[in-house]
Design a protein around this ligand. Structure first.
Ligand code: HEM
Length: 203
């Protein structure tokens, strides 16, 4: 079992970069994305207007590459390696958090599939209200999206709990417990926002 102390400086740095990318920019983007999608609740015209505005934003492709695609790819590739090699971090996951440890990995893997389907269908296909509405009209499509949103949010919030330990922000058991309540609360809020986005397409 590898611990932070036994890792080479090089490996230690990679883990730090992986951790940082999870919050900045990926986690911040996920939050922004879920909040922006609330415009779907105002109807197809409002939603499609926002999408069109973003698509024609000057330099959008560079912003997408630097802020979204490259960080997610790097985080996902190293994350998949962590899952494959079964690395664990005893500093982050004690016995009681074993389920969270496993769920963090399952949610990471599901998120890879979810992002690939979501991006290929919407970013490279037709990106508008009608396309998403069509996708989630199928019960399997709806379930795929609902599970994807909740698991991505879980991954982010459970990751945020671990992140605070990685960066020495929550050192003792008391601060870790308080932080777990905060992350749990944020998980509920963000899941509700995400599912509210999704429900807008069920009309
Ligand atoms: C919505 C996209 C994602 C967000 C917001 C996100 C965010 C995070 C955060 C904040 C952490 C905690 C970092 C730390 O422990 O200090 C983390 C850890 C992790 N992520 Fe992600 N992530 C995302 C996608 C993915 C994907 C696609 C994978 C691919 C398998 C993945 C695999 C992992 C793994 C395995 C860990 C745990 C690393 C460890 O325990 O050492 N993540 N993620």
């Amino acid at each position: 079992m590898s611990t932070v102390q036994s890792q080479s400086p090089y490996h230690f740095l990679i883990r730090r970069v992986h951790s940082l990318l999870g919050l900045l920019p990926i986690g911040v983007f996920l939050t922004f994305h879920l909040l922006l999608n609330l415009t779907a609740r105002s109807g197809p015209a409002a939603y499609d207007r926002v999408i069109e505005t973003m698509r024609h934003f000057p330099g959008i492709i560079v912003v997408e590459l630097v802020v979204i695609f490259i960080p997610i790819t790097l985080h996902a590739v190293y994350g998949a390696w962590v899952v494959y090699t079964g690395q664990s971090n005893v500093l982050r996951y004690g016995y009681a958090r074993n389920w969270f440890y496993i769920l963090q990995r399952i949610s990471g893997l599901y998120t890879v599939i979810f992002i690939l389907v979501h991006v290929s269908a919407l970013r490279f296909g037709q990106a508008n209200f009608a396309a998403l509405q069509h996708f989630v009209a199928n019960p399997w499509g709806l379930a795929f999206y609902a599970v994807g949103i909740v698991l991505a949010v879980f991954h982010f919030m459970n990751g945020l709990w671990a992140f605070a330990i990685t960066w020495g922000l929550t050192i003792g058991p008391r601060s870790q417990k308080i932080w777990s309540y905060v992350c749990g609360f944020l998980f509920v809020v963000m899941s509700v926002v995400g599912l509210a986005d999704l429900s807008a397409f069920l009309r």
